[in-house]
Design a protein around this ligand. Structure first.
Ligand SMILES: [Zn+2]
Length: 274
């Protein structure tokens, strides 16, 4: 059923109020949304679900006006936008005083200094580690080996030893880190890549000639590093996609203004030609 529904049909179907499309939306994207919130907020499962319920309500209200603003062309672009949307929605509810005090949270400037001069893969390792990912998950997101990931961490060992060697995926400084991500997203410059260009690079559709300057630029640009790593994050979530079962989806469906499913005429009615 919903497992067969492809992305290109899900958002338009939701916007038409199709219950089947909403079932697919809720089943596919609920697990990712709550997982994203788990990494970036430190909230428990109930708090994460509460925010996701609010988001669903907002996305589906007013003829899906908010949903229509999200990218429709490719699922990965949609998921990157959804991740940013969830971070933005969570941000006002996070308190700086609840961030870990030791090691102190990075800020955009100190992060830029920390990253400067590192090769691109090591920058990705550092960024995702400070975002809250364990080394195992960083290796999985970047599809790299423990030795490469380990080398990338060497610059973190002195100041951020506490951010390393964690088994779970949880940011130490939800308020500060979501702030850094928000600043990075707002800081696009004229040389920055668009999300669509990054998707092309990821798919191997960009030539070396296109790819190399973009990669070089990324080593000096927090906006592009945030966008690129968020794309790799959603691709990694997608690889392990486990849709929610119907019993988890149905209560959420009740929040959405959907088109009434047409009742099938009974066999008796059909025999009578009604
Ligand atoms: Zn840039």
């Amino acid at each position: 059923m919903s497992k067969l529904m492809i992305f290109q049909k899900i958002l338009p179907g939701c916007e038409e109020g199709s219950p089947e499309a909403w079932r697919a939306f809720l089943g596919f994207y609920g697990p990712m949304a709550t997982e994203i919130l788990g990494v970036y907020t430190q909230w428990d499962a109930d708090e994460r679900l509460a925010l996701w319920r609010e988001c669903i309500g907002e996305l589906s209200a007013n003829d899906c006006a908010e949903l229509k603003k999200l990218p429709h062309q490719s699922e990965r672009e949609f998921l990157v936008a959804m991740r940013a949307h969830l971070q933005d929605r969570a941000a006002p509810r996070l308190e700086a005083r609840k961030d870990a005090a030791e090691p102190p949270a990075p800020a955009s400037e100190s992060l830029t200094t920390l990253l400067s001069g590192l090769p691109v893969i090591h920058q990705e390792v550092v960024f995702l580690t400070l975002a809250g990912y364990s080394q195992k998950t960083v290796e999985n997101i970047l599809r790299t080996t423990p030795s490469v990931a380990g080398e990338g961490l060497s610059r973190l060992r002195s100041a951020y030893a506490g951010a390393l060697e964690r088994p779970e995926d949880r940011c130490l400084w939800p308020s500060a880190w979501i702030g850094i991500c928000g600043e990075a997203r707002a800081g696009a410059g004229k040389d920055c890549a668009t999300l669509r260009q990054l998707v092309r690079v990821l798919d191997g559709q960009a030539s070396w000639y296109d790819k190399s300057p973009a990669e070089d630029h990324r080593t000096r640009c927090l906006h592009c590093l945030e966008l690129w790593t968020s794309l790799l994050e959603v691709v990694a979530w997608d690889r392990t996609r486990q849709p929610w079962p119907d019993e988890k989806v149905e209560p959420l469906l009740a929040l959405i203004p959907i088109r009434k499913e047409k009742a099938k005429p009974s066999l008796f009615a059909r025999m009578l030609g009604r």
